[in-house]
Design a protein around this ligand. Structure first.
Ligand SMILES: [Zn+2]
Length: 494
């Protein structure tokens, strides 16, 4: 059953994707993806054709050929349909286009309207412009690195053992001169007033326009389609306040939706290695582990997990051998993972970069071999920590983690296994966790209602808050759709 629907990325198949991008340069792929993901395809097709649930999918008479037996199958999980009689297939947009004979943009607009996804051409234009600027900036940063004017940047990469081939493959750069950056943007046809301040590439300060990435090695970050959406930056001057910075979340960039090295990823054995740092990714690629991607200095997000689910069946999370690595592993438990086998390992010491760089590639491989299923790895950490920490403190932490695990059964199993590690009766932890989960659900629901209320008010009264207030309010939102609408409002005011 699994293979019927073929390779899927976010509910759109690869071939359809390429075609559409060509037809509709006006609607960004991101908006199209959001429309597809927010549309209930069973409800949509079900409003034209009677559908019956068979197993996980729905079946009905195909409207695209003279169908006598129900040949049309709809997958709510993959958000696509397929007819076994005439071969018609696609997503909600494809269906609507064919069935109502609508042009592509109108089908998108219709579904966007139903899902209340803003389709503002001004915003779309802005996003296109931002993406264009980011590509131009990436080229300029790479040129600055290779210009010979910034020896310390070149030396830094050499000292860290990153060879020329890898630097080019990952399109690494250096931000040495704001003046040259602006000149390069202008040379590619970007007008003064269009210089993008909204995506964190440049900032307007009293002394003029500055770039927060100055003095840093630049790591271009790409989305699933390989488009540059933001940057990571590593300071080469050790006195710099922050070693690493990333582009701020914006209309083009969301940290939780990006993995470093996605474009260079080559999957082997249906498995992806996920590491913490930029240099871990570069070093592992050089050592032949081309199936490695990096998190951007945080625990793995639900969105990143979803990307990985479309690429491979199994993931091994590799954490640095320090308390930070242990804590990051525990946090991963709160991410839902349906179609992905997740194993994890905390290295005994150091990070993958240090281990492989010191010639211990075989040892590294042996450590990866020993990766355990995520929950088991988490319980092992609890077990280790009980030698150094009080049981009360650990009980509290286990309860907190258990409250955040999305799946109730998994939370209960975690409580049971952690209780065993802490030599406590299982019910002590399970009761604690259950109570907190119920309370949390009530709070989450109330917050969701409040967010919806606020956004509705804002649509009616757009001047309710000044733009800078909106900017700070949006970070308090949990519901992503409501947040997007709010971002849209911010951008309209900017
Ligand atoms: Zn058909």
């Amino acid at each position: 059953m699994k293979r019927i629907f073929g390779p899927i990325i976010n509910g759109t198949d690869r071939k359809a994707r390429g075609k559409k991008a060509g037809i509709m340069p006006g609607i960004p792929q991101e908006t199209i993806d959001r429309v597809v993901n927010s549309t209930n395809i069973v409800e949509l097709i079900g409003s034209f054709v009677a559908l019956k649930k068979i197993g996980q999918n729905f079946q009905g008479l195909c409207p695209f050929h003279d169908d006598k037996t129900p040949s049309l199958s709809v997958s709510p999980e993959k958000k696509i349909f397929r007819c076994f009689g005439c071969g018609a297939s696609g997503n909600a947009i494809t269906f609507l286009r064919r069935h109502k004979n609508l042009p592509f943009p109108e089908a998108v607009r219709f579904l966007a309207g139903k899902a209340r996804i803003p389709m503002d051409t001004e915003e779309d234009k802005n996003r296109e412009l931002f993406l264009f600027c980011l590509v131009k900036a990436q080229v300029e940063f790479a040129a600055q690195l290779r210009s010979g004017a910034y020896r310390s940047a070149v030396n830094y990469l050499t000292e860290r053992g990153i060879n020329q081939g890898t630097q080019e493959e990952f399109a690494l750069g250096y931000a040495g001169s704001v003046k040259d950056l602006i000149a390069a943007l202008k040379k590619s046809g970007i007008k003064d007033k269009e210089i993008p301040l909204g995506v964190g590439l440049l900032k307007e300060k009293e002394q003029g326009i500055t770039c927060p990435f100055m003095g840093r090695i630049i790591f271009p970050l790409t989305n699933e389609r390989g488009a540059t959406v933001g940057f990571g930056g590593r300071a080469i001057d050790s006195s710099s306040q922050a070693k690493y910075i990333n582009s701020p979340d914006s209309v083009t960039f969301a940290k939780r939706k990006v993995l470093f090295g996605l474009k260079q990823l080559r999957i082997s054995n249906d498995t992806v290695f996920v590491v913490e740092g930029y240099f871990d990714v570069l070093t592992l690629h050089e050592a032949g582990f081309k199936n490695t991607v990096g998190l951007l200095g945080t625990e793995i997000s639900a969105e990143q997990t979803r990307i990985l689910e479309t690429l491979a069946r199994s993931v091994i999370l590799i954490f640095d051998g320090d308390p930070g690595g242990q804590a990051a592993l525990l946090k991963c438990l709160k991410v839902q993972r349906r179609n992905l086998t997740v194993k994890a390992v905390v290295l005994p010491e150091g990070d993958p970069d240090e281990i492989v760089r010191s010639g211990k590639t075989a040892e590294f491989e042996a450590l990866i071999e020993k990766a355990k299923p995520l929950r088991e790895a988490a319980v092992e950490i609890i077990n280790q920590r009980k030698r150094k920490e009080s049981i009360e403190h650990l009980t509290e932490e286990v309860a907190r983690i258990g409250t955040e695990i999305p799946d109730a059964l998994e939370a209960s199993l975690f409580a049971q296994e952690a209780a065993e590690a802490l030599s406590l009766p299982a019910w002590v932890l399970q009761e604690k966790i259950l109570g907190r989960r119920e309370k949390k659900e009530r709070i989450v629901e109330r917050k969701r209602q409040l967010e919806r209320f606020l956004v509705n008010e804002l649509i009616i009264k757009p001047d309710l808050f000044p733009p800078e207030k909106l900017e700070s309010i949006k970070d308090l939102f949990d519901d992503n759709d409501q947040k997007q609408i709010l971002l849209h409002q911010v951008l309209k005011h900017a």
